[in-house]
Design a protein around this ligand. Structure first.
Ligand code: FES
Length: 90
């Protein structure tokens, strides 16, 4: 079991953080500065789309990190965009 944003998510030894999150139905791991969702893309440590905070260390690749007992993962996926996009009005 790992802690994901304050809730328990099942995980087994040898599994990556990304695999545990995907198995729990969690597809969005973070959001870009514009609020766009990001999750697993390459699954092999190349794209950096799966970055999460693990045990207070930011920007850890979930697809390359094995789960550990008591691990705390923060996605920041629920964060609002840093700025709202503006649209011209007619
Ligand atoms: S999914 Fe691409 S680096 Fe993790």
């Amino acid at each position: 079991m790992i802690d994901l944003d304050g809730r328990d998510v099942p995980a087994v030894a040898g599994q990556t953080v990304a695999a545990a999150l995907l198995a729990a139905g969690i597809l969005v791991f973070r959001r870009t500065a514009r609020g766009r969702p990001r999750g697993v893309f390459c699954g092999m440590g190349v794209c950096f789309d799966c970055l999460v905070t693990i045990d207070n260390i930011p920007d850890q690749r979930a697809c390359m990190t094995l789960v550990r007992p008591g691990m705390r993962v923060s996605t920041g996926a629920a964060q609002a965009p840093l700025r709202e996009e503006t649209h011209a009005r007619a």
